[in-house]
Write a protein that binds this ligand. Structure first.
Ligand code: DGJ
Length: 760
């Protein structure tokens, strides 16, 4: 029986029967249709009972009727079924576009599988951590979300394909992942498996579809790149395997004219720290397909009878109010229902990091002196970066030997932490557990633990090799050595660095027919290690890092609530990097520190106030040699720390608004507004270059209450008090002027009546 009739005049609209009291969150089946949604978003799947295939009927604003697609939208190349809007296209199924799943039977050689709908199930809440230990979003209460599980079956090989869809009451997103279960007798090779695939009709808007990706490199992370989507295939991805410097696991598709505040956007983010790929493809009929998942170039998996495989989770966001709303949804979801642990909701300490001031050259005494110099500057946490262990005097040796270098630190870490604590500062430590230098005791004892192809000279990036995290023995070694280390002193913060990507993938413990599983198994091993350690040390604040922002991804965020965004701290560079990351990631995650000038990466000289202003929009800190501070510098740091203490609740927990883009304007800006009801805000304005006789346009603020009156103060010195109506700030704008290149200004805004001299 057809449930999508052939001719328009036979077609019957579906009227979603959602009870009024469930409009805020629902997932149910109505005849052959599955409806999921909340009050802002609806996702509707249709099951073709004749063929048992699932197609996407609608993903957008909630609607009261759903008419089937016209017949001619569904036909292609003479096969009336081949171009339906598949929700999980499978290779060999008569659809020549990018498949979401490609299998081949190692027993029969067959590569075509016919998965048909078998069963569905709806349950409250969602699966919090996926099998194999893959990180994912979670609920704290079953009432927050509903999950639809669709089961499809291939009869010949007896394989079950499970598609999970979760909708949330509070976030306009769908979390999806895929599972495949081998109940049959054949050995199956999974050649690719997407976490999410969506087919969209041609855009109804003249401007069509465009897409945003976050491209990057070391010290130039998360660069915003836009392209029009036309006929053909666009591939965004990263095959580095264990870092995502080159491309962040995210794309957004805009439909028609889209601004920060208006228009339709669909975002796709993958909760994974390894190689990923997103393909955007428009076929000869103008139909758009988007998928996201593990990168098939570095993934293949052998599935024996009785085994199952789970993909990472993807989070697809829908906004009909522009890019800003999409970002705010991602921020709230990832901050509160992806990040875990005691530090999730806590405001982050102001830290001083030793890397840029000292690199590898320090002693116990010089560290204590540096800590002393930080007294009275507002620093709360002293972080000892690279160089404290083994023979680590440069990047050439020592990685793997996680015991203190007693020549540098005669009192050990315990004694150092005590001395730092006695100065009123907390103590934190840098580690890079995943790597080993060939010049290390660990490598000499266990060369077989390193990732190398025996007998072949491999790539030694930064003079280091990776450890084989696919090997359980290595995982257990790292868990036990890090447990010992983290227990050896009063360590309240750990920076987990990772300075190279995967090359020459090979494990001595994997059989030849499973070597192509190496990259994914590496990630599973890593997640096992970080999950064990972060739950064993819940009091420790973990910060991810991978040569700057190479692990600024949702997978690591699940365990480490903050991440170092970039080794590039120059104002002009940082505004673009932080702007890029802000499309997806909350500012409570974003490590931003003031460092020295000329800048270490680009040698630009910018003023202190501007470097401080940009660093306030993240987890604030210093990478400065405070021993060289003048009295004036010290006072300046104290003032900046005070400012950060006063505003960090807005930055870490507030709502984020991008005002003007550093990619389009000479005067970019952004702001954070109090989550409690638009009574407070903090605004950044910036001039890239000064031009002669040019007037700065005003900044139209967002998220305030048009009926409220606000005090506006220019920080850090709380000078120039003005009173503005919310309507003036949002409609006429905040006026500001600049005097030189690369100049930031910071404005604190507070509702009149709530403003006291103490919050200034
Ligand atoms: C790369 C990081 O991004 C830096 O902050 C620093 O920790 C170095 N590694 C240390 O080797």
């Amino acid at each position: 029986m057809y449930l999508i009739p052939k001719k328009l005049d036979e077609e019957i609209a579906i009227v979603p029967k959602i009870p009024d009291n469930e409009k805020g969150l629902y997932a149910f089946q109505q005849e052959n249709v599955f409806l999921l949604g909340n009050s802002n978003m609806q996702y509707v799947l249709q099951m073709d009972e004749h063929r048992g295939k699932i197609s996407l009927l609608h993903w957008g604003d909630p609607v009261s009727t759903l008419n089937p697609l016209p017949y001619d939208w569904r036909v292609s190349g003479g096969d009336e079924y081949s171009s339906i809007y598949s929700d999980f296209p499978i290779y060999g199924d008569g659809d020549d576009r990018e498949p979401a799943l490609k299998l081949s039977s190692l027993t029969t050689g067959i590569t075509s599988f016919d998965f048909k709908f078998k069963d569905s199930q709806v349950f409250d809440g969602k699966i919090g951590e996926l099998p194999s230990g893959l990180p994912s979003t979670y609920t704290e209460n079953d009432d927050e979300a509903k999950t639809l599980l669709l089961k499809l079956h291939d009869e010949d090989a007896d394989l079950e394909l499970r598609l999970y869809y979760t909708v949330f009451r509070e976030f306009n997103v769908i979390a999806r992942h895929t599972e495949i279960v081998n109940n049959g007798k054949e050995v199956i090779s999974i050649e690719r498996i997407a976490s999410c695939s969506i087919d969209l009709p041609p855009s109804p808007h003249e401007e069509g579809y465009n897409f945003l990706q976050l491209q990057g490199a070391w010290a130039r992370e998360a660069q915003e790149v836009w392209n029009k989507i036309d006929y053909g295939k666009y591939v965004v991805g990263d095959t580095e395997g264990s870092q995502v410097h080159r491309a962040n696991p995210f794309v957004a598709i805009t439909d028609g004219i889209v601004t920060e505040d208006t228009g339709t956007v669909r975002g796709f983010s993958l909760i994974y720290s390894g190689g990923f790929q997103s393909v955007l493809q428009v076929n000869q009929m103008g139909l758009l397909r988007i998928n996201i998942g593990m990168h098939p170039d570095i993934f293949k998996w052998k599935l024996e009878p009785g085994e199952f495989f789970t993909s990472p989770e993807s989070v697809a966001a829908y906004s009909s109010n522009g890019l800003g709303q999409m970002s705010r949804d991602y921020h709230r979801l990832y901050r509160t229902r992806l990040a875990r642990g005691q530090w999730r909701d806590r405001l982050r300490p102001i830290l001083l990091n030793t890397w840029e001031p000292f690199l590898f050259t320090f002693t116990h005494d010089s560290l204590v002196d540096l800590a002393k110099s930080a007294q009275g500057t507002g620093v709360e946490l002293f972080v000892l970066d690279d160089g404290w262990f083994g023979a680590r005097d440069s990047i050439n040796a020592g990685l793997g030997d996680w015991y203190p270098n007693l020549k540098k630190l005669p009192k050990g870490l315990k004694g150092l932490a005590e001395d730092i604590n006695s100065l009123g500062l907390d103590f934190g430590l840098w580690v890079e557990p995943e790597s080993v230098n060939p010049d290390s005791d660990l490598y000499r004892a266990h060369p077989e633990w390193a990732v190398e192809v025996p007998g072949k000279a491999g790539v030694q990036m930064r003079n280091q090799l990776l450890l084989d995290l696919t090997n359980e023995e290595v995982q257990n070694h790292l868990i036990s050595i890090m447990t010992e280390l983290f227990s050896s002193a009063n360590i309240v913060y750990v920076k987990w660095d990772h300075n190279r990507f995967i090359s020459n993938p090979f494990s001595r413990t994997l059989p030849p027919d499973r070597q192509s599983e190496f990259c994914h198994r590496y990630m599973l091993g890593l997640y096992n290690i970080v999950r064990t350690l972060t739950s064993r040390f819940p009091q420790i604040l973990f910060e991810g890092c991978a040569g700057g922002g190479g692990r600024f991804d949702p997978g690591m965020l699940a365990y480490m609530p903050q991440s170092w965004a970039s080794d590039n701290t120059d104002v002009e560079e940082r505004i673009k990097i932080q702007w890029g990351f802000s499309y997806v990631y909350p500012l409570s995650m974003l490590g931003a520190h003031i460092s020295a000038v000329p800048n270490h990466q680009v040698e630009r000289v910018t003023d202190w106030a501007s470097r401080a202003a940009i660093s306030h929009f993240g987890t604030f800190g210093y990478e400065l040699n405070m021993l060289e501070f003048s009295e004036e510098d010290k006072k300046q740091a104290m003032v900046d720390s005070k400012v950060h203490l006063a505003i960090r609740h807005l930055v870490h927990h507030g709502d984020w608004y991008r005002l003007r883009s550093p990619y389009k304007s000479n005067w970019p800006g952004w702001m954070c507004v109090s989550p409690k009801g638009s009574d407070e805000a903090i605004v950044l304005t910036y001039q890239r270059l000064r031009h002669s006789r040019e007037t700065t346009p005003s900044y139209l603020l967002k998220g305030l209450d048009k009926d409220k009156k606000y005090v506006v103060l220019e920080m850090p010195h709380a000078r120039k008090k003005f009173t503005f109506g919310g309507d003036e700030l949002m409609k006429r704008g905040l006026l500001t002027s600049f005097s030189h290149d690369f100049e930031c200004h910071l404005f604190y805004i507070c509702e009149v009546g709530k403003f006291t001299e103490t919050n200034s």
